[in-house]
Write a protein of this length. Structure first.
Length: 251
């Protein structure tokens, strides 16, 4: 079995095979970690991507040997934690074969059922304008990584703003996941003083409705401890059948 080598570039052919092997679309949170990750490749056999001390993506061309490749990897590039999707069966099964412990840390929503939400007459929702960026950042500091991220999402035409009675109450985002743009990760944040007032569910519902009207598929996720976001997503019709999983490597 070939050794793993650190490489500068992601092996795109192998990564396309990995993405095609998943039964559900990639998670935006993990995709962000992958983009800035450290890449290791076993030529002709598979690859791995790390973000700091965590393995965030792993693929073996020969699924039957995935646990052997994973065991080989940890000897050459030690790590203690793994983040993955519950529908990433190759990695889950390989970790189980090695006896590694798992705990669910987030909800992944890949299914939505039709719902009709009660409307608020004074609620308005529209794509963000340049003049909205500062307020979007100020009201969403616990959601966005930086003001630069807000501006980047705006430039990609994926930033939306919610107003109630003329006051900005929150924002929503659309982040395309696959190359075709047909799968779009959505998210929302509301002003602290305006939470628990139905706005989060309205924002998510509006985002999903726009995408579905364009023939696109909205997906989303939230931390397992974020009960408010989970409730808002479920109120908007989203159903979670999958999880974000953290795997711990024993000493």
């Amino acid at each position: 079995m070939n050794a793993f080598l650190r490489v500068a570039d992601l092996p795109l052919s192998l990564r396309n095979q990995y993405l095609a092997s998943l039964q559900e679309p990639q998670e935006w949170f993990l995709e962000e970690l992958v983009r800035s990750g450290e890449v290791w490749e076993s030529p002709g056999e598979g690859y791995a991507i790390f973000h700091a001390d965590r393995l965030v993506e792993f693929y073996a061309k020969d699924r039957a040997k995935a646990h052997l490749l994973l065991s080989n990897l940890i000897q050459q590039r030690p790590f203690r934690k793994v983040l993955c999707k519950s529908f990433d069966r190759e990695l889950i099964d390989a970790a189980k074969t090695l006896g590694w412990a798992m705990v669910e840390t987030g909800f992944l929503f890949r299914k939505r059922t039709p719902v009709i939400l009660s409307k608020i007459d004074t609620f308005q929702f529209a794509r963000a304008r340049a003049v909205d960026l500062s307020d979007a950042w100020i009201t969403g500091r616990d959601f966005y990584d930086s003001k630069d991220e807000v501006e980047q999402i705006y430039r990609s035409n994926g930033l939306w703003i919610a107003f109630n009675d003329g006051q900005l109450v929150g924002s929503g985002v659309m982040i395309p996941i696959d190359g075709s743009g047909d799968v779009v990760d959505i998210g929302m944040v509301t002003r602290r003083s305006q939470r628990k007032k139905w706005f989060a569910s309205l924002i998510v519902s509006e985002l999903a409705n726009v995408l579905e009207s364009e023939g696109k598929r909205p997906i989303c996720g939230c931390a397992e401890s974020n009960f408010a976001s989970k409730a808002a997503l479920e109120n908007a019709g989203f159903v979670s059948q999958h999880r974000l999983v953290q795997i711990s490597v024993p000493d």
